[in-house]
Design a protein around this ligand. Structure first.
Ligand code: HBI
Ligand code: FE
Length: 287
């Protein structure tokens, strides 16, 4: 992955410390920046009703992440820290893998502090504050999810081989970024990449095109993914209390199996897959 965090942030290389953490400079957002946030927020909030898990809305409300403007990390962190020990830190953009893992392991979620320009309203290549804070941070209020992401950071620090790191990245991609979850009300979104994208919010739950497969860590670690289009396969968690165990023993057992098996294309289906069907409720969510 090319790391060029300087362009969008407006910062020069010498202004960025080794841990990549910078000040959010909350006072520097323009009225137009807050307006961009408000428009993105309102569009997603309405669309996510009946499509995202309840824990997401509970997190938004608990943290005071709202339509009125970009959140101030200092205020958000008081609540988040008390709830699950997590805090959000501002970074200029994508950070190197080791830096990313170190922050997660220490319960610091690195979030881009800049917001997209109006002409990029529907598509950005790098995560901005809307994707990172609206998409990821609400669920960090949930204990099981918060523990899972911290364990992922710790796991990342135990591996160095690029092929192993690719397998780990797939675990994160197909859960934290693009995961679906089984709930009492039906299939719901929990991945931030879906939650921050209006097109994929509808597609992930309603299109007949993508595969939907019960989450299995070995299967997921074998599976390539698309970064420039909607996913061809979604993996479905059975619930927040059933997220994979990423502690050294269980994770290495899954990793060892994945190393021995062929990698799979993003749209592959294999006989072992447990397919998850859409029901009518998911195809036509209540208005
Ligand atoms: N940096 N800021 C930021 N956000 C990410 O999601 C991120 C990153 N660096 C690396 C990375 N993600 C992925 O490659 C991880 O799965 C390792
Ligand atoms: Fe993300």
């Amino acid at each position: 992955m090319t790391i060029d965090p300087f362009i969008r942030s407006g910062l020069q290389a010498h202004q960025i410390p080794a841990d990549y953490v910078v000040d959010q400079r909350f006072q520097d957002y323009s009225a137009a920046d807050h307006e961009t946030w408000s428009r993105l927020y309102r569009r997603q909030f309405d669309l996510l009703h009946g499509r995202i898990c309840d824990e997401f809305f509970a997190g938004l409300a608990g943290l005071g992440i709202a339509a009125d403007g970009i959140p101030d990390f200092r205020e958000m962190n008081r609540v988040l820290k008390a709830a699950t020990g997590w805090e959000v830190v501002a970074v200029p953009g994508l950070v190197p893998d080791r830096v990313f893992f170190t922050h997660l392991a220490q319960r610091r979620f690195p979030a881009g502090f800049w917001i997209r320009r109006p002409d990029e309203f529907d598509y950005i290549e790098e995560p901005d504050i809307f994707h990172d804070v609206f998409g990821h941070v609400p669920l960090l209020m949930n204990r099981a999810y918060a523990d899972f992401v911290a364990a992922y950071g710790e796991a990342g620090l135990r591996y160095a081989d690029p092929a192993d790191l690719s397998r780990l990245a797939r675990l994160y991609w197909y859960s934290v970024e693009f995961g679906l979850i089984e709930t009492k009300a039906g299939l719901r979104i929990f991945g931030a990449g879906i939650a921050s994208s209006p097109g994929e919010t509808v597609y992930a739950l309603e299109s007949e095109k993508p595969g939907r497969i019960a989450f299995d860590p070995v299967r997921v670690m074998r599976t390539h993914y698309k970064i420039d289009d909607f996913q061809q396969t979604y993996f479905v968690m059975p619930g927040f209390d059933f997220m994979p165990d990423l502690t050294p023993g269980p994770l290495e057992a899954a990793m060892a199996k994945a190393r021995m098996l062929p990698e799979l294309a993003a749209d592959a289906l294999i006989t072992e897959d447990r397919r998850v069907a859409l029901d009518d409720r998911q195809r036509r969510p209540a208005a």
